[in-house]
Design a protein around this ligand. Structure first.
Ligand code: DGY
Length: 322
C-alpha cells in the first residue's frame, strides 16, 4: 500500500511533484494553522508529516500517530515539536538549518539598521502625511553604528553571520555562548567573549540567537531590561518566548531601553491591539527570518530530503537527535 504524507501547508510545486511520485499526499489548505483536533486525526493515518513552526506537535498529537515514521519541519527551530517524546516513539525528526543562516542574519541586521535609523518610523510618518515642512536638528535622528558595541547572544551559524555583517559597519563585537568558540575563530571573526552580565550591561545593541528552551524562556525580563543601557536596542529573530513581552512593552514605554527590532513574538500572529503596535520605538516583522525566494526553495529541498530519508527508516540529513 502507498505510504501517506500529510503537509500542514503547501510547498513549492517541484516539492509536491517529487512527493507525489512516491507517496499519497494530502495538503491542508486552511488559511490559518490546522486546528489541533484535525491535526491529530490526520496524523493518525500517515507515515510522514511535513509541518511548520506554528504547528504544535506535542505529546498528545504524537500519541495519536499509529504509523508515523518521520516529522520533517520546514524550519530551523523545532521547539514546536516534543522531540523527546517523538524519539521515544522512534519517530525521526528533520529540520532545515544552514540554508537559512544568511537570510535570518540579514533580517536581524535589517532590523538593527531600521531601528537605529528609524526607517520604518519615517515611512509611517510620510504615509500618514506627517512629514514636517520645517524640521530641525533634533527631528528624525537615529544613532550611528560605528564604534558601538553589539552583544550577540548565541554565536552559532546565524550569530556568526551577523558578526560578519556588523564588522563591515565598524562595530565592536562581543558574544556570549554556553561555550567559548575557539581562539582562532574568535580572531577570524574579530569577536570577544563576555559574560552574560557584561553582554547585557555593556552592549549598545543586543541580538538574540538562542533557541527557545526551558532555560531561555523569558530570559529577557524586567530584571535584565533594568540592567541594559537606556540607549540600548534589542533585536530578536530567534523565538518570541525568549523575551517576556509584557516586560519588554513596559521597558520600551518607560524608555528603559531605546528600542527593539522584533521578528518573533510570544504568540504569533500578534493581535491588532497588541501593545507593541502602538509603540514608536519598535520595528515589527511578521516572522520572516528565512523568507527569501532562494532560501525558501532550499528549505523545501531539504524538507523533502529529510522526509524521504525518515520514511525509509534512515536518519534525516539534518536530524534532531535520533
Ligand atoms: C525557523 O525556520 O525556525 C525560523 O524561525 C524562520 O524564520
Amino acid at each position: 500500500m502507498e505510504k501517506k504524507v500529510f503537509l500542514t501547508r503547501t510547498l513549492h510545486d517541484f516539492a509536491l511533484k517529487e512527493l507525489k511520485k512516491r507517496y499519497q499526499v494530502e495538503v491542508y489548505s486552511g488559511k490559518s494553522p490546522i486546528p489541533q483536533i484535525k491535526l491529530r486525526s490526520k496524523i493518525k493515518e500517515v507515515d510522514g508529516l511535513i509541518c511548520f513552526p506554528y504547528d504544535k506537535i506535542n505529546k498528545e498529537t504524537i500519541e495519536s500517530a499509529k504509523n508515523l515514521k518521520v516529522i520533517s519541519t520546514y524550519s530551523v527551530g523545532f521547539d514546536h515539536i516534543d522531540t523527546e517524546y517523538a524519539k521515544k516513539k522512534k519517530i525521526r525528526i528533520g529540520y532545515t538549518p544552514e540554508v537559512l543562516t544568511d537570510a535570518t542574519a540579514n533580517l536581524a541586521f535589517s532590523l538593527l539598521l531600521d531601528i537605529s535609523r528609524r526607517v520604518s518610523e519615517g515611512d509611517k510618518i510620510i504615509r500618514d502625511g506627517k512629514w514636517k515642512e520645517i524640521y530641525g536638528a533634533f527631528d528624525y535622528v537615529g544613532v550611528d553604528l560605528q564604534g558601538k558595541t553589539i552583544g550577540i547572544l548565541g554565536l552559532g551559524r546565524i550569530g556568526e553571520t551577523l558578526a560578519k555583517r556588523v564588522e563591515a559597519f565598524d562595530m565592536k563585537i562581543t558574544y556570549h555562548n554556553r561555550k567559548h568558540i575557539s581562539k582562532i575563530r574568535e580572531k577570524e571573526l574579530n569577536v570577544k567573549y563576555v559574560s552574560f552580565e557584561n553582554l547585557i550591561t555593556q552592549s549598545d545593541f543586543i541580538s538574540i540567537h538562542v533557541p527557545h528552551t526551558k532555560e531561555t524562556n523569558h530570559l529577557f525580563n524586567m530584571k535584565i531590561f533594568k540592567k541594559m543601557k537606556k540607549s540600548a536596542f534589542l533585536i530578536n529573530t530567534s523565538r518570541g518566548k525568549v523575551v517576556n513581552e509584557k516586560d519588554l512593552v513596559t521597558a520600551l514605554k518607560k524608555k528603559m531601553i531605546s528600542g527593539a527590532g522584533l521578528d518573533v513574538f510570544e504568540t504569533e500572529p500578534i493581535k491588532k491591539n497588541h501593545p507593541l503596535i502602538k509603540l514608536q520605538n519598535v520595528v515589527l516583522a511578521p516572522h520572516i527570518g528565512s523568507s527569501t525566494k532562494e532560501t525558501r526553495v532550499k528549505m523545501a529541498e531539504i524538507t523533502i530530503k529529510n522526509l524521504n530519508l525518515g520514511m525509509n527508516g534512515k536518519k534525516p540529513i539534518y536530524s534532531v537527535g535520533y
